[in-house]
Design a protein around this ligand. Structure first.
Ligand code: CA
Length: 408
């Protein structure tokens, strides 16, 4: 797959944002505050609007590509995504690219990045067996960690789409009700503010109400992938969550990366997903059952504290899509569904601080003698991920970062 243009090597070959990746985002610059679609290539952003005069794209897709969000392109479906991606690849690989289109490139350091798409509905799953088992032990120490439904269906809940924010947005410490040390009910800023390192799937092509989307139609609807940090106030969550699940402990903010990696860029990262026991019901069966070999990284104030592996999630993204539509709920362009916290079996692979510090009992060392159990004001968390790329290189998904601001 690495051969482009009859084997000539593109100057953009290799690297986390090489020619086989080409994620989409929305950017502006100080000189031109208009928000427009950019494609990340190496340390630059290719401005699709600026390519308009080059007649690179088919007329019917040009309006969508001149938009201030990705939604119109996402809505156009895979029959539009494929030619757009291949036209961009050909352009970047062409020997006369410099003469034709170099003015459409902006150095990444000059780009101001924005939320890449308007979020329609936001669903969060709970698909990692290691994470669900750890949280079960921490939240319900006296019972079986996995509840009886967990291996029968991908457990999930509806989050708050309106508080999904772009990477880099400051995260205000939430306040809420919690149970004090003596069991008394009090109100105040969260003392157990946490992260959840997740992978988000972005729906492009919608579906009709009343129609279940089969797991095998995953690539017909899902446009791409973003990294997600599902900020979580554990003290608020622990008091409020029964019996209806997460609410204010989660809804204050969810951060997503600036760059949406097209699903096609992850074809080389497909890997066999774990066998399921008991076998799932028919609507959750897949003719080709696969996960994605993404390795996440979690940095706390610049110190890497975890490397969660995504490949072995029990419920695949295709099963999650089938499950969330099996009751007839329609998909809308801009729907975001996230995997749930990604945790592996080892402590260095946990995707949340409540797991890494085992409920706050085992502090994490951040260097310079600093120790943490949960987030302090001013702390910054950055989640990244790598994956095998189509040209044999390692690609890097757009990171998601955020810094905690004091409670107001
Ligand atoms: Ca979550």
């Amino acid at each position: 797959m690495s051969e482009i243009n009859g084997g000539a090597r593109s100057p953009f070959e290799g690297g986390p944002y090489g020619i086989h990746h080409l994620p989409y985002g929305i950017f502006s610059t100080a000189d031109d505050p208009t928000r427009r679609i950019g494609v990340r290539i190496a340390d630059q952003v290719l401005d699709l609007r600026a390519l308009d005069s080059e007649a690179v794209f088919a007329p019917q897709i040009r309006a969508a590509l001149a938009s201030d969000s990705l939604n119109a392109l996402m809505a156009a479906g895979p029959d539009a995504w494929r030619p757009v991606r291949s036209r961009i690849t050909d352009l970047l690989a062409s020997p006369d690219f410099g003469e034709r289109a170099s003015r459409a490139l902006t150095p990444i350091r000059r780009a101001r990045m924005h939320l890449p798409f308007a979020v329609a509905d936001y669903v969060d799953f709970y698909a990692s067996e290691h994470h669900a088992t750890n949280l079960g032990r921490l939240f319900r120490p006296d019972s079986e960690p996995l509840l009886p439904n967990w291996k029968r269906l991908p457990v999930g809940y509806h989050g708050r789409a309106g508080t999904v924010v772009a990477s880099g947005t400051a995260i205000g410490r939430p306040s809420g009700q919690r149970r004090g040390a003596g069991g008394e009910i009090e109100f105040g800023p969260s003392r157990r503010l946490d992260i959840e390192a997740e992978v988000g799937f972005v729906v492009g092509a919608p579906s009709e109400a009343g129609t279940a989307v089969p797991a095998d139609d995953f690539a017909e609807h899902v446009f791409g992938v973003v990294l997600v940090n599902d900020w979580s106030a554990r003290d608020i969550q622990a008091w409020e969550y029964q019996p209806l699940g997460p609410f204010l402990g989660k809804s204050f903010a969810t951060s997503i990366g600036h760059w949406v990696t097209p699903l096609a860029a992850l074809d080389a990262a497909k890997t066999a997903a774990p066998e399921q026991d008991p076998p799932p019901l028919a609507y959750l069966e897949e003719s080709e059952r696969f996960g994605y070999d993404l390795t996440l990284s979690v940095a706390w104030n610049g110190i890497e504290v975890s490397r969660p592996p995504f490949a072995q999630l029990y419920w695949t993204p295709a099963q999650q899509l089938a499950h969330m539509t099996v009751n007839g709920a329609r998909l809308r362009t801009g729907d975001l569904y996230a995997s749930g916290t990604v945790s592996g079996p080892e402590p260095g692979q946990y995707g949340s601080f409540i797991e890494l510090t085992w409920g706050g009992s085992e502090p994490v060392r951040l260097g310079d003698g600093a120790e943490r159990t949960f987030l302090e004001d001013g702390d910054t968390v950055t989640i990244g991920a790598t994956a095998p790329g189509l040209g044999g290189e390692t690609i890097g998904l757009g990171e998601v970062t955020g810094t905690i601001a004091p409670a107001r």
